[in-house]
Design a protein around this ligand. Structure first.
Ligand code: HEM
Length: 425
């Protein structure tokens, strides 16, 4: 058994349940999922913080089945059969979403109409204008550090760009951008400023929705409000705006960070780094297969007793979507005996990864396109402005944030030849 980090010798899952925590989620996820698959098959009994049980679905076909059948595997977290055991201060509560009236936990025809409203509002974003905005904001971020010859890319670039671009699309005035970015990143960090960050975001969103109700403009929030007026309350629009900001920002930031890491550490990209534009798309696609920001997602809840990969799933059981593990499921990759690799039949330019989910609750297609433009433009601007960018530390010393959910770099220190700022935004 390869089982690094598995504890004592022998099976790392000896008690039959896998804790959804521990260093292997960030140090060796591929090895961890390989061990889980061997010990448990496609559907793994896991234990969440506080000992609460769930199923982690790591088989590609099983995940297709779960995400493709929203009636049997519902997004309604109210169905959970463990609510009586959940303490009021359970840290995962915000992620499981009881009583959160956002699109994430809405089901059936109301979900269809709500997804339509969000899709229409995002679809009207002009991709050329979006790329231009992203370029300008990216240039101004690079201006802040380009004369220094070194920076830490995650905090000074990747974790700022998506939220600043999204804020502008949604309709926030540019002057509010930096405050929103700080508040959102504080909330994501979960430290002592997290609550103040959430309050700041909620108050700003409240102001924006009220001002667009009074006076619509050419932005996403105005279009959401104009969509079948009266159908959704301001409270629902606010909840969705929070999802579109938080769920849009962090994975896009991690997509930038993970792709730049790949390009700076893998020899296959080194040769073409100077001609970065050609290899950026390739690196970004490989990241969605091999190193997806969205590693595991909570969740779905069984509407009735059923069977999945030989497991008896009881009504109300929680299922977690093992997106990263399903992407690496050897049974769906060409030459399965050889194991998955970036150049096997299913990968390359193929987009059949689970990183954006699947089925009715997948990431809306226009949101995926917006994420792609932001990430690609952000990486291209970086490589254009700092053509000799290189890691400032040994690759082996780079670490990920400790999390079984979202996968991203803790830090990415780089150096480059100092260059003048361009100015303007
Ligand atoms: C790399 C970037 C992104 C990734 C990897 C990603 C991934 C995902 C995934 C996996 C889901 C599905 C969750 C589930 O099935 O339960 C999802 C849902 C969603 N995403 Fe994204 N996302 C990204 C960017 C964005 C952006 C930029 C936006 C907004 C502009 C956005 C808006 C949403 C919304 C509204 C949903 C909820 C859909 C529903 O429940 O019907 N995402 N995303």
């Amino acid at each position: 058994m390869s089982g690094s980090g598995g504890g004592a010798a022998g099976c790392p899952f000896a008690d039959g349940t896998v804790p959804l925590s521990g260093p292997r989620f960030h140090t060796d996820p591929a090895g961890l999922y390989r061990d889980m698959r061997r010990e448990h098959g496609a559907v793994v009994p896991v234990e969440l913080l506080g000992g609460l049980p769930a199923w982690l679905v790591i088989g590609y076909r099983e995940l297709l089945r779960v995400t493709g059948d929203p009636e049997l595997f519902s997004r309604d977290s109210g169905l959970w059969n463990q609510w009586d055991a959940v303490p009021p201060d359970w840290p995962l509560l915000p992620m499981i979403g009881r009583n959160q009236p956002s699109i994430l936990y809405t089901v059936g025809t109301r979900h269809h109409r709500r997804a339509r409203m969000i899709c229409d509002a995002l679809e009207a974003v002009d991709p050329i204008e979006l790329a231009r905005h992203t370029e300008r904001i990216a240039d101004s971020l690079v201006d802040d550090f380009c004369r220094k010859g070194e920076t830490e890319l995650i905090s000074t670039y990747a974790m700022l760009l998506p939220v600043l671009v999204l804020a502008r699309l949604y309709g926030f005035p540019d002057v509010e951008g930096p405050g929103l970015a700080r508040a959102l990143n504080d909330m994501i960090d979960g430290g002592e400023d997290a609550f103040a960050g959430q309050q700041h975001l909620a108050a700003s969103m409240h102001r924006l929705v009220a001002s667009r109700r009074a006076e619509p403009a050419r932005d996403v929030v105005s279009r959401m409000l104009a969509h079948q007026p009266q159908e959704f309350t301001d409270e629902e629009i606010l909840q969705d705006l929070m999802v579109m900001t938080a769920a849009g920002h962090q994975p896009t930031a991690d997509w930038i960070g993970n792709s730049v890491r790949l390009m700076l550490t893998d020899d296959r990209f080194a040769a073409s780094l100077a001609a970065g534009r050609n290899s950026t798309g390739e690196a970004m696609n490989e990241v969605l297969w091999e190193d997806t920001p969205t590693q595991n997602v909570a969740g779905r809840w069984a509407a009735r007793d059923t069977q999945l990969a030989g497991r008896h799933i009881r009504a109300g059981d929680m299922l977690l979507l093992g997106l990263a593990a399903a992407n690496g499921d050897p049974s769906v990759h060409a030459g399965a005996g050889a194991g998955p690799g970036p150049h096997d039949g299913l990968r390359g330019g193929n987009h059949a990864f689970f990183s954006f989910g699947h089925g009715e609750h997948r990431c809306p297609f226009p949101a995926q396109e917006i994420a792609e433009v932001i990430a690609r433009t952000g990486i291209e601007v970086l490589l254009d402005r700092l053509p000799d960018i290189d890691l400032a530390v040994p690759a082996a010393s780079l670490v990920r944030r400790p999390s079984p959910w979202l996968r991203g770099m803790a830090a990415l220190p780089v150096r480059f030849t100092p260059t003048p700022a361009r100015g303007g935004m």
